[in-house]
Design a protein around this ligand. Structure first.
Ligand SMILES: Cc1ncc(COP(=O)(O)O)c(C=O)c1O
Length: 369
């Protein structure tokens, strides 16, 4: 079945094979006589779905044994509160602000930490460049440092995670990897905790992934709700309360799809990284070579997942979007806070989708030159 190409920033495209499998299992999962949404989360059927999903994710992201994988609810914005509730110990938290999502994280953490220090900011560049880690003034004894490793709205990504130890800090690094989880491997030696909503690269909205180093568990503030206390969630295999069973199931199918992906000699997330680099290069090259389109982000920090671009003549925005829709190129309108266009090239977007977008962009530019 030929579907349009969906460039939504999230909730976003899910691989057609995953949707087809879910559709075929909707009424009767593996002869159980039940659909997945109708199963007890404690029954053997769902427990097997859960265990497979967790094992596949651990393998795909090469998560070391001393990290717990938690399947929670609340999304990225809830994690902005849940992280300081668990990790701040009501002390100082360091923040690096590189766009809208980390700005929100800093604001929320102020409710729980004794102090939130902005140790690096990209604001002066209007979030088109990353503050150089060597310039960050890290606090002594900070309970953690938070950054957003891919800013979905501003299209800016840390291509490498900072090594806080090398910068003289013992603070664990917390990353919001909502919009590029599973798009590239993660260097866990640099990370204490990573969180992300599933609705961009892993599955449907309603599921939040948290990967947390064991030694960070057990320090929640007394006010932390039990269902959000990472230690309680971890001790109960994410089943202290009813987990988002449907989201875990679809994410599990997506993990199996990811494991089947190949690019040359690479498989899984390494294959996705190679494919994602090729997709992003194709689009950035087309933007940079044109007279009409522009992307303002510094080349060394351009997101491979979310690519905002602007028409130099903004009066043509509506015509661009209408023509795109006619050609089956959906959801290209930029975030309302920045305007213009944005193409999100998550794992489910094939290279052919980016080729179709680039061909349309050239056609639109030539026609109106
Ligand atoms: C990087 C990032 N963090 C956090 C969020 C907020 O996630 P949620 O709406 O699931 O709370 C988003 C949503 O787009 C995001 O892109």
């Amino acid at each position: 079945m030929n579907r349009p190409y969906n460039f939504s920033a999230g909730p976003a495209a899910i691989p057609a094979e995953v949707l087809q499998q879910a559709a075929s299992e909707m009424l009767d999962w593996h002869g159980s006589g039940m659909g997945v949404m109708e199963m007890s989360h404690r029954g053997k059927e769902f427990v097997s779905i859960y265990e497979q999903a967790e094992a596949d994710l651990r393998e795909l992201l090469a998560v070391p044994a001393q990290f717990k994988i938690l399947f929670m609810q609340g999304g990225g914005l809830a994690e902005n509160a849940i992280v300081p509730l668990n990790l701040s110990r009501a002390a100082t938290v360091d923040m690096v602000v590189t766009g809208s999502w980390s700005q929100k994280s800093a604001k929320e953490a102020r409710k729980y930490a004794s102090e939130v220090r902005l140790v690096g900011s990209g604001e002066a560049s209007h979030f088109t460049a990353l503050p150089e880690p060597g310039t960050w003034e890290l606090s002594r004894g900070a309970s953690y440092l938070h950054l957003c490793s891919n800013e979905t709205i501003h299209g800016i990504e840390f291509h490498d995670l900072p090594d806080l130890k090398a910068l003289g800090s013992d603070a664990p690094l917390v990353i919001d990897f909502s919009s590029h989880v599973a798009s590239r491997p993660v260097d866990w030696s640099r990370v204490g905790l990573a969180f992300g909503g599933a609705q961009k690269n892993l599955g449907p909205a309603g599921l939040t992934l948290v990967v947390v180093r064991e030694d960070l568990l057990g320090h929640a503030l007394p006010a932390c709700p039990s269902a959000f206390d990472y230690k309680i969630v971890a001790d109960n295999q994410s089943m202290f309360n009813t987990p988002p069973t449907w989201g875990i199931y679809i994410a599990g199918l997506t993990f199996q799809w990811l494991k089947r992906q190949r690019e040359g000699d690479l498989t899984g997330v390494a294959a996705m990284e190679r494919r994602n680099l090729a997709k992003a290069k194709l689009l950035y090259d087309a933007i940079d070579q044109s007279q009409l389109y522009v992307n303002k982000v510094a080349v060394n920090a351009r997101s491979r997942m979310n690519i905002p671009f602007f028409l130099r003549d903004e009066s043509r925005n509506d015509a661009f979007l209408a023509g795109a829709k006619e050609r089956g190129l959906l959801q290209l309108k930029g975030h309302k806070s920045v305007g213009g266009m944005r193409a999100s090239l998550y794992n489910a977007m094939p290279l052919s989708g980016v080729e179709a977008l680039v061909a349309y962009m050239r056609e639109f530019e030539q026609k109106q030159a």
